[in-house]
Design a protein around this ligand. Sequence first.
Ligand code: ADP
Ligand code: MG
Length: 559
Amino acid sequence: MSKGKINVSVENIFPLIKKFLYSDHEIFLRELISNATDATLKLKHLAAIGEAKVEYGNPIIEIKVDKKGKKLHIIDQGIGMTEEEVKKYINQVAFSGAEEFLNKYEDGAKDTGIIGHFGLGFYSAFMVADKVEIISKSYTDAPAVHWSCDGSPNFDLKKAKKTDRGTEIILHIADDSTEFLEDNRITELLNKYNKFMPIPIKFGMRTETLPKPEDAKEDDPAPTQEVDNIVNNPEPAWTKQPADLNDEDYKGFYRELYPMQFEEPLFHIHLNVDYPFNLTGILYFPKMTQDLNIQKDRIQLYQNQVFVTDNVEGIVPEFLTMLRGVIDSPDIPLNVSRSYLQADGAVKKISSYITRKVADKLNSLFKNNREDFEAKWNDIKIVIEYGMLSEEKFFEKADKFALYPTVDGSFYTFEELHEKTKNTQTDKDEKLVLLYASDKEAQHSYIEAAKAKGYEVLLMDSPIISHLMQKLETSKEKVSFVRVDADHIDNLIKKEDTVISKLSDEEKEKLKTDLEETITNKSYTVQLEAMDSDASPFIITEPEFMRRMKEMQQTGGGG
Ligand code: ADP
Ligand code: MG
């Protein structure tokens, strides 16, 4: 048996760990299971290259709660550690990692949100335990070792009896952390952080129902057996090749990710890149509800199948945070603040890659099945319109597939619209004038009047559409959007077959003066126009800019 002193400059690092990470104590389990996973994968690698002369087999990681003894065990069958390795990796490496993390964290503490509080590693165990033991047997011939530490910089190291390969970590749970002795709490954590980790994780046993034997009687109970309760799926869909997955697999994975979501996603985008950065993932377009604030099923960020956070702000462009799914990348720096993250070169590349993939997917859906794309338009337009407003690169791509519906239910791209209207809907400056309605019911007579003149009338009723129209007006040459009840409509270059009014000139004059007396708001103009239908014989218009000014004031900010 030997005793030693952990070599550190900050003697009281343990109280610091507790203090700084107070709200995130639960991550200790993720850190310890990550280490167990790393140790197992290292063994797999060494066995594969012939360095370790061992049978790799089907190793698992086991979590055990000993409520009476107030202990939590994390047991792996990985590479293990020799005495020398414990001294080196635990006393020095792990400790310096913890120290470095704390220094960084102290600096960044004022800056909000270090992502997932990664990097603290092994020593995060001391957030919940007042004593930690390691019993480890290396895959080599070296004897097993037993390390223990009570949270002071002093540790004990002695020989152990363990004969099977791997490491067992024993946490003596502190009195203020007894929640981590509850099965429910552990299950919750395993579900949150470890659901898709690559090595099977066992927590307790469960009863499995077997098929009835052939000769069983009708009311014989089906036989059962006790099996390991494996809590994770070590091979989640995003780690596979798109070619090996079908539509059902993608939908199945969506249900796995969001068990409480009953609505199916509209479509998915499989992300898979290994240069110049590493990223895999699957994004889903859900049906968009107007009320996006209540959305709690968000995109989840993983690192090598370990859950980090579901706040991907700064990593994907804001308009895509409305999507769902998984992003897994080891190239996203985690122990930094959000503001640092946004300036990081790799993260910028990742963000624009995701934007491009989403645009490409939408474009191929549009090209390959236009009918289906039109049918989905109302459910996806918020994301697309918001993206067009906020990301220039996305605007350029989306301009080819963004749809503008008419009041009659047709859908046109901008280019198609241009083609359709360029000969009939220009004003004297040769500007294309695109007419739209924002409310089919309220603007009914104006719509009918415009249609009677042979004009196309768009239906623009999205929440941010006035900003998008302004964006189109500034990025396209000579285009203006004009609502059907605006006075502009009168200045359009008319087609030859103008319909004749049912009123005589005298009747018109009389009506006009009467109306002008009644309508006191001088920003409106009374027009007595040629009407063919049963629609009103006159219309009252307001200049487009006046109306839009009011609207912008209501919805705030420009695009
Ligand atoms: P990191 O995992 O980032 O290296 P940690 O503090 O989590 O930092 O762990 C420090 C080191 O301790 C690991 O790099 C590894 O060498 C060793 N270690 C920790 N847990 C285990 C384990 N279960 N089996 C084998 N080695 C381990
Ligand atoms: Mg670690």
